[in-house]
Design a protein. Structure first.
Length: 118
């Protein structure tokens, strides 16, 4: 019996997710279901839950926060709210500069420019 307890305790400890990670997963699911308003709420919840990352910085929390901003940017872009999308992606880039964020930022800026030219 005790052997089973020693087996399951580490599994439970390492499989637990934080509230921010769960909110991110819900946001992604809502996005996949095209429930964009609910996705925005969940991605903003991630930001709220990680608001104190400056006091307790960890690479994991900064990466999750950057992903939340990036996902918000994609969601706003899908809703044709390109200026807000640009701001969110810029915020993600300020946290974690990577090529994927830059590529999507360029696509959003192209949409903004094409809308301004029309």
């Amino acid at each position: 019996m005790y052997k089973l307890i020693y087996f399951f305790i580490p599994i439970l400890m390492f499989s637990c997710k934080t509230d921010a990670e769960l909110a991110m997963e819900r946001g992604i699911q809502f996005y996949d279901w095209n429930k964009l308003d609910q996705a925005i709420v969940e991605f903003n919840k991630v930001q709220y839950l990680l608001d104190d990352y400056k006091n307790h910085p960890s690479l994991e929390s900064i990466e999750l926060l950057a992903q939340a901003h990036f996902n918000l940017g994609i969601t706003y872009a899908k809703m044709n709210i390109y200026n807000q999308a640009e701001q969110e992606i810029l915020h993600a880039l300020s946290l974690i500069p990577n090529a994927e964020y830059r590529e999507v930022l360029e696509l959003v800026r192209q949409k903004i420019n094409s809308n301004n030219n029309n």
